[in-house]
Design a protein around this ligand. Structure first.
Ligand code: PHE
Length: 340
């Protein structure tokens, strides 16, 4: 009996030693201490022993049972610690690994050019004001000295919303709004979307952007206009870029000019971009027509002013040497994200 007990003890202890999972411990426990386990079996068999031996054997069995229970408990704890360790290691996150890349996005090249244009004028003391894309005929045409049946209306291929409301064909109605609501000195720029019923091609789009400029004060001359646009050209496109004024006509300015910039591509030498002339036509400008000043309630004897309007897309094409307006509208990210 004693040998049997020792044998069980040693075997179970070494089985516990070798156990690698808590589920295995349970197997071992059931095998020796369970209802049908070996030790339990021995205790049951005690009935067959002579009465005087029973207490001694009972005690021995209980000792072994105690030893095995303690050993089980201890191994249980060891295995739990090991298993927890392994789980933690398996679930560990390497915080030094690079995360998934997020694209930062970039500004549209036209907006980059526009921001630059605005910066230049704000640097010269201009204020940015915005008007309305859906505009009264009154501001888009009448106050700008373009009465009904004036041929200039045809030239601008207007989208009419109804008889009195249009999609603005230029940013000049903002001039009219500012002049009717403010007193000089006035020094504003107003960028924004404009609409013309044009067929889309390499240089035209039915929706495009302009930036208007307006200065009204005492003693404003054409020289101020020329100096302002020269400075703008230099800051926008670099040293050596200046302006050339050619006589032109707009109903709201008198005198009026088409303004060219030195071709930035060839620095005025003449190239394909400027068709060999060394100049690129970029904007319309002039001295605000005294008639317009008066219609807007500004004393044309005391005040004079200049105005200019330029295409924003055109500036972007020139600044980045983009050959076709459509690149700006196609929304091909491979193209758009090149510009920062
Ligand atoms: N509004 C004119 C156009 O769209 C441009 C312009 C603005 C001309 C201001 C002179 C003065 O063609």
């Amino acid at each position: 009996m004693e040998n049997k007990l020792r044998e069980i003890r040693e075997r179970v202890l070494s089985e516990l030693e070798e156990a690698r999972e808590s589920s295995r411990l349970e197997q071992i426990r059931v095998g020796v201490l369970g209802k049908k386990g070996e030790l339990t079996g021995l205790l049951r068999g005690m009935g067959k022993l002579p009465a005087e031996e029973r207490p001694k054997v009972g005690q021995m069995v209980n000792e072994v049972r105690q030893v095995l229970e303690d050993a089980l408990e201890q191994r249980q704890q060891e295995l739990r610690a090991i298993e927890k360790d392994a789980r933690l290691r398996a679930e560990a996150v390497d915080v030094t690994l690079p995360g998934p890349e997020r694209s930062a996005g970039s500004l549209h090249p036209m907006n980059i050019a526009l921001n630059r244009m605005i910066d230049v004028f704000v640097g010269m003391g201009y204020e940015v004001v915005e008007g309305y894309e859906v505009e009264y005929d009154h501001y888009n045409f009448e106050l700008l000295n373009i009465p009904k049946n004036h041929p200039a209306r045809d030239a601008q291929d207007t989208f009419y919303v109804d008889d009195n409301i249009v999609l603005r064909t230029h940013t000049s109605p903002v001039q009219a709004r500012i002049m009717t609501t403010r007193k000089p000195p006035i020094r504003v720029i107003s960028p924004g979307r404009v609409y013309r019923a044009d067929e889309a091609d390499a240089t035209h789009s039915p929706v495009f952007h302009q930036m208007e400029g307006l200065v009204i004060d005492e003693h404003i001359t054409m020289g101020d206009l020329k100096g302002t646009l020269d400075e703008f050209a230099r800051q926008m496109f670099g040293e050596g870029i200046s302006t050339r004024f050619r006589p032109s006509f707009f109903p709201f300015t008198e005198p009026s000019a088409e303004v060219d910039l030195t071709c930035a591509n060839c620095k005025g030498q003449g190239c394909r971009m400027c068709k060999g002339t060394g100049w690129i036509e970029v904007l319309g400008a002039g001295m605000v027509n005294p008639k317009v000043l008066e219609m807007c309630g500004i004393d044309s004897k005391k005040y004079s002013g200049f105005a200019f309007g330029m295409g924003v897309e055109r500036m972007a094409l020139l600044k980045y040497n983009i050959p076709n307006l459509r690149y700006l509208y196609d929304n091909d990210l491979r193209f758009l994200t090149q510009y920062r």
